[in-house]
Design a protein around this ligand. Structure first.
Ligand code: DSN
Length: 412
């Protein structure tokens, strides 16, 4: 007789039940998180996890690839359609590996990369000294201005002076749109490869809520689990001329066997993202983020980069509400609202207890919440952060949060 997880491993079963309850009864405002559909979950937990498939469809190193070839080809076909890409590789295990693979496909150790500074919205893998990438490549960084924008004239000057071999756009906490044409024109001028990491906004691009950088850039990397609402994973899109180099850099260059359960789940998520309802979803994300921005501004919060043009907000809680980023994260945890503390540009505090928090609406939008609910949530955030020592107030807010969550079940 088949045994259930509960019978074979009670501890893990209990942790799983706890996580299910936490996700059901809490408001997920971490900008990089989302809820996948039941169909994505089904295939993620399927027998595709048993299969080794080094190589690419039609040219694998192990036998038994009848069905794995099918799913990988479908995932590629759907991703190409979603993003109008000439070439796609769906094997990268996640976003950080995708970036490492992309760098290694076109650069030699010691080559120069111009990327966005972490505290100004960039990602760790865009040049932070703590990463392996920064030990291999020579990173220099650009920053944003007081008005929250990238100064492209300054960027051009820096690029002309430094002559990087690769110019990298993209971010993990920047809330404004990037001028793709201008950015890639600068890269062309200095004969650099242009690359953009769209991990955060891939879903918004797929849903056409923001414009598509794929036609402009040589190489595009992404995760598949944020706004795109797929399984945790990575992907690289590029111009055809980079296909061979990226395939080789992925396998055998950087990875071994791709995770075929994950690739199957990516294919399912891409199909979902091609639907008209996904377009509506991404439009609603923009509306919800704008509502959150306006409500928080009205309540005296300082919004970094001045405004949002995507799914997230970076909020300076320290200088507007005299509460640190970590205190804010902990306080909101107590009422069932999950956010992450986040460094802000020129932050005087440490990254373990910075001045800011990052908020995102993709997950609550997946649950069907709209402007009305976002207004409520903004109000609760304000009350909680202004009264973070008041246990009774926090307890009653937690009850409100649970009540709201019960009205908006997770996807089925
Ligand atoms: N952890 C992801 C994020 O939250 O943006 C990026 O690595």
């Amino acid at each position: 007789m088949k045994k259930t997880l509960k019978q074979t491993d009670l501890k893990i079963y209990q942790a799983l039940q706890g996580e299910i309850k936490r996700q059901k009864e809490g408001l997920e405002l971490i900008a990089s998180e989302n809820y996948v559909s039941k169909a994505v979950l089904e295939v993620l937990g399927s027998v595709f996890t048993n299969k080794y498939s080094e190589g690419y469809p039609g040219r694998r190193y192990y036998g038994g690839q009848e069905f794995t070839d099918k799913i990988e080809k479908l995932a590629i076909k759907r991703a190409k359609k979603l993003f109008q890409a000439q070439y796609v590789n769906v094997q990268p295990l996640s976003g950080a590996p995708a970036n490492m693979i992309a760098y290694s496909a076109v650069l030699e150790p010691g080559d120069k990369i111009l990327g966005m500074d972490l505290s100004h919205g960039g990602h760790l893998t865009h040049g932070h000294p703590a990463t392996l990438a920064s030990k291999i490549y020579n990173f220099i960084s650009y920053k944003t201005e007081e008005n929250g924008e990238i100064n492209y004239d300054k960027l051009e000057k820096l690029a002309l002076k430094e002559k990087p071999k690769l110019m990298l756009a993209g971010f993990s906490s920047y809330t404004r749109q990037i001028k793709y044409r201008r950015f890639t024109q600068i890269a062309k001028k200095i004969k650099a490869i242009s690359m953009i990491d769209i991990a955060h906004i891939a879903g918004l691009i797929a849903g056409k809520a923001v414009s598509n950088p794929v036609p402009y850039f040589d190489i595009v990397t992404t995760t598949t689990h944020k706004t795109l609402r797929g399984p945790r994973g990575g992907m690289i899109l590029a111009k055809k001329r980079f296909a061979q180099a990226i395939d080789k850099a992925t396998f055998p260059g950087f990875q071994g066997g791709p995770h075929m359960n994950n690739i199957a789940a990516k294919a399912v998520a891409f199909q979902e993202a091609l639907s008209p309802s996904f377009r509506k979803y991404t439009q609603q994300i923009l509306k919800n983020a704008k509502t959150l921005e306006q409500e928080l501004k009205r309540k005296g919060f300082k919004i970094i980069f001045q405004k949002t043009e995507n799914h997230m907000l970076l909020v300076d809680v320290y200088n507007s509400k005299k509460i640190t980023g970590k205190q804010a994260e902990d306080t909101l945890d107590k009422i069932g609202i999950t956010v992450n503390k986040n460094i802000i540009p020129n932050d005087l505090r440490s990254s373990l207890d910075p001045s800011g928090i990052r908020l995102g609406v993709p997950a609550i939008t997946t649950r069907g919440m709209r402007e009305k609910e976002v207004k409520k949530i903004a109000n609760w955030i304000n009350i909680a952060l202004e009264n973070y020592k008041d246990k009774e107030k926090l307890n009653s807010l937690k009850k409100e949060v649970i009540k709201l969550c019960r009205k908006f079940p997770l996807p089925s």
